[in-house]
Design a protein around this ligand. Sequence first.
Ligand code: DGL
Length: 255
Amino acid sequence: MDGRPIGMFDSGFGGISVLAEAARALPDEDFLFLGDNLHAPYGDRTPAEVLAFTRAGVCQLIDRGAKAIVIACNTATSAAAATLRAELPLPIVGMEPALKPASQLPGSGTVLVMATTMTLRQEKFLRLMERYGSDAIPVPSPGLVELVEAGETDGPRMQAFLTQLLHPYLQQPVKAVVLGCTHYLFVRRAIAALLPPPTALVDGNAGTVRQLKTLLVQRGLLAPVRTGDREQVTFLSTSPDPAVPQRMRAWLASV
Ligand code: DGL
């Protein structure tokens, strides 16, 4: 048993969608969530920059007592997870676009994989495409994370952005759309509204949380039964804006 918190890292608000799922599945655990809002978005930066930012964030979480880390960001995982696992002794769970489960869904049609430009260019995703991507089309979505970070998760600007982005791919049958960036979960409804039913929307959050739970069990790191009424999540941000952690708490309540 280990009562220390789980550290969760993202470039900004997106990872709160993973946090929500983890906090529900592991109610006895405490979480430290760090968003690198100062440097978001990561998707159009270089892999070396994202590795440096992610390393700094993960080290901050470890300094604050994290017993395990979740990199709740597909982009940061593809640029940094393998290196950080080799450098650090604690369990590090990462994310990848959920192409495997999407490709295994019944039915015909393409699988659209929405993700950041960097995620789609990295070796990790190219290997995933080789194995499960025979019917898949990568859909780089630059600009979408910026809109989500600005809180524009619905409304006419978001609708216009998504229509322009997805329209060219919707001329043919689509079996599923993979939400390959944790920020995109916050625009799930707006994306679904553009897709003809029964197109599936698939994300990697449940798989990531399953993997986290398995590692905690295997390493004897599960927290003892929660007592008292302390907050389950502490929010941290690299943004100089002191209101950001409070906004994060509101986003968690909205998921
Ligand atoms: N949440 C990150 C992901 O899952 C967003 C990347 C970004 O900051 O561009 O890829």
